[in-house]
Ligand binder design. Sequence first.
Ligand code: ADP
Length: 284
Amino acid sequence: MSENHGCSGNCETCSSKDRENEEDCRIKRALSKIKHQIVVMSGKGGVGKSTVAVNLAFSLAKQGLKVGLLDVDVHGPSVPRMLGLEEARPASEDNMLLPVELGGLKVVSIGFLLENRDDAVIWRGPMKIGVIRQLFSEVKWGDLDYLVIDCPPGTGDEPLTVCQLLAGTGSAVLVTTPQQVAAEDVAKSINFCSQLNFPILGIIENMSLFVCPKCGEVTEIFASGAGEELAKKYNLKLLAKIPIEPAVSRGGDAGEPFTRDEDSSPAAKAFSAAVTEIISAVEK
Ligand code: ADP
């Protein structure tokens, strides 16, 4: 979106010059109804980014907030599987797509737009950018307190497009595991955000520890506290350390998001702590 596009958020009163860029106008209008936009990113795949995005969205919705979840992972959208929505297809109204509703959450995934679950998407940058823009301009998100956006790993077209669209309004949550190898890639995401001037709310260290459900003994499966080190090095907040919990993974595979039904386990408490930190960071 062009930075000096003077959209008021109201298409009916747009000047003709603004209308030249109608899509920008529609994007701006959609975003004006979403109070907070949280982009979940990581420099590395497999660290639990989608798991974190899905469970943060559910934890926010459980607090009675109006929440949307947008999955822009063009090449590997995990959200449909994690929410048991593989067969879901959004309805449309007034030439706009309606998010799929699940447990109070409004969900849109690029996966909903693929004919076949196993289709490989072979799109060059401009196509990806165009589709991501449409997910803002042609989806009826309505009024939301939070939109959580699950980006693919790395610093490619998808996070770049999202951060440019949300410039001045959105912020990022970065996910790492405790190992150095993940932290090195997440450091790239931190630098990416700072080059774009995109604020970072903090870091979530996922799969930090394993708490034995029988005896409560804590085991550090991956030895180093990379999330803590990153937070210290870049002066960022460590929002939460989420333990490895078999139910988190089972829930993701079964399409039953863990935080929808679980409140008391160490991982559920860690997600809840992350949400408390996020709310206090964006609303201060
Ligand atoms: P990414 O989006 O970073 O590629 P995923 O969210 O797909 O990663 O997670 C990768 C795998 O790790 C999935 O099988 C997921 O269920 C599992 N997983 C993620 N976080 C946890 C956790 N805290 N405890 C147990 N399993 C987890």
